[in-house]
Design a protein around this ligand. Structure first.
Ligand code: FAD
Length: 413
């Protein structure tokens, strides 16, 4: 079959990889250069530890408090917008213990499947992406955060994800070069990290060599249909296809609307910047908990990332939020040589956030040959290979790797 994939981020490219391996002919369409989506400058963390969805009890209240400070890690740009209000209402309705309990095994199984696939990809020689299995720290400085983290560690251990509470000295023992100033951390030994830019370039290079067609600067503007089938993708001309995969990240609602589906999804803007050639580099990737910022070693570089601004598809850089990340770093890593980066050195990306914190993966009712794959929020890099594999299984028959009913794109319709 000829399969048109709309979107060249980690989700579209992972789908292309597994569909190509299954023997299909693939064309990937992207509105921009492939290297411009959310999948490039992110924190590079592969996080089976993240089994609790963002929609959780207490998150609304925490978000409201954070919104009052211009350097805070979370912000909702106030807009009188029906989609944003519906998203907020659905988020609120899912911030319950029952939803968290239902989501934990789903996110865990999807994440563990993805990690296994990453291990295969790192070993099979197709790709090169600096795969490292050193775990992840959730660093904290306060007793309140320690209590919160101890609860999360208990939930993780109960779900079969190993989590260890460490004190400040034990954290330092993991870091031979970088000085760390924390009260303690939860250490998740099963987490990993990679270089996301290198992964995306490596996927494009490998797939191009294998005969996959990439149409960059080809925004998809519509479809040709016959009855309940999409027969063509319109992008600077008409391209005949047998199946369509929509993996447009934060722009997916616009594409879904053209396909008769009201998809609840908001862009969650975040920023990153890189310190190059760090002499005493960090060894273990970390989330600086109170600041909701991250530090990830990538070779001799160190990438910092953070903030979540629910801002639709607005791509402007807000330097106040970046300052919030910069100001937090030396509180955890007192000797990191960090300074405010120039605006052109700040990367920004839009996380495609569903209101319940679960991705959308599956077919839609109106057109029998369309599959949606989006809504991975803060975990799209982690969940990419599993999503690509599941998409290929949906195309070729009933899903085998896991039940995807809970990820239905039409669950809020
Ligand atoms: C600061 C930050 C840090 C993060 N850290 C991590 C992390 O450590 N671990 C993790 O797992 N996740 C992380 N994430 C989340 C992760 O980056 C995203 O979930 C993931 O990149 C989403 O991938 P995607 O393929 O769905 O979207 P994208 O990468 O945005 O790709 C979508 C593509 O669709 C294209 N497109 C849209 N509309 C059209 C159209 N009409 N026609 C053609 N093309 C179109 C876009 O141009 C884009 O290239 C982070 C995100 C941010 C912002």
């Amino acid at each position: 079959m000829h399969i048109g994939i709309i979107g060249g981020g980690i989700i579209g490219l992972s789908s292309a990889y597994y569909l190509h391996k299954a023997g299909h002919r693939i064309t990937v369409f992207d509105q921009g250069p492939i290297a411009d989506g959310c999948s490039l400058g992110n924190a590079g963390m592969i996080v089976p530890s993240h089994i609790i969805p963002l929609a959780q009890p207490g998150m609304m209240a925490k978000g409201m408090r954070w919104m009052l400070k211009s350097t805070s890690p979370f912000y909702v740009k106030p807009r009188l917008n029906a989609d944003l209000m519906r998203w907020g209402w659905l988020f609120y309705r899912h911030s319950t213990p029952e939803h968290v309990e239902r989501s934990i095994p789903l996110l865990r199984d999807l994440s563990l499947l993805s990690k296994t696939l990453y291990q295969d990809l790192a070993a099979n020689g197709d790709l090169d992406f600096e795969w490292q299995e050193r775990g992840l720290f959730m660093l904290y400085k306060t007793a309140a955060a320690e209590r919160e983290m101890a609860e999360e560690a208990e939930v993780a251990n109960h779900a079969g994800i190993e989590a260890k509470m460490l004190n400040g000295q034990e954290v330092q023992d993991f870091e031979p070069h970088a000085r760390v100033d924390v009260r303690g951390a939860v250490y998740y030994p099963g987490d990993a990290h990679l270089n996301p830019g290198q992964l995306i370039h490596s996927l494009v290079t490998y797939l191009s060599k294998e005969g996959v067609t990439f149409l960059e600067k080809h925004p998809v503007t519509g479809f040709g249909t016959t009855g309940s089938r999409i027969t063509a993708i319109h992008a600077r001309g008409s391209h005949e296809v047998d199946q369509v995969v929509v993996a447009c990240g934060a722009w997916s609602p616009e594409m879904a609307e053209q396909l008769g589906l009201k998809l609840s999804l908001q862009g969650g803007k975040g920023y990153s910047f890189v310190l190059q050639n760090v002499v005493n580099n960090v060894r273990v990737p970390a989330i600086m908990l109170e600041a909701r910022a991250t530090a990830t070693p990538m070779g001799s570089d160190l990438r910092f990332a953070g903030t979540l601004e629910v801002a639709g598809t607005d791509m402007q850089v807000n330097m106040n939020r970046v300052r919030g990340i910069v100001e937090a770093i030396n509180q955890y890593y007192p000797e990191a040589p960090v300074a405010m980066p120039a605006v052109e050195r700040v990367w920004r990306g839009l996380r495609p956030c569903s209101p319940d914190g679960l991705p959308y993966i599956g077919r839609i009712q109106k057109y029998e040959n369309v599959i949606l794959a989006t809504g991975h929020g803060m975990m799209g890099l982690s969940l990419g290979p599993a999503t690509g594999k599941l998409v290929s299984e949906v195309v070729d028959g009933p899903s085998k790797s896991m039940d995807i009913a809970a990820f239905s794109p039409e669950r809020f319709a």
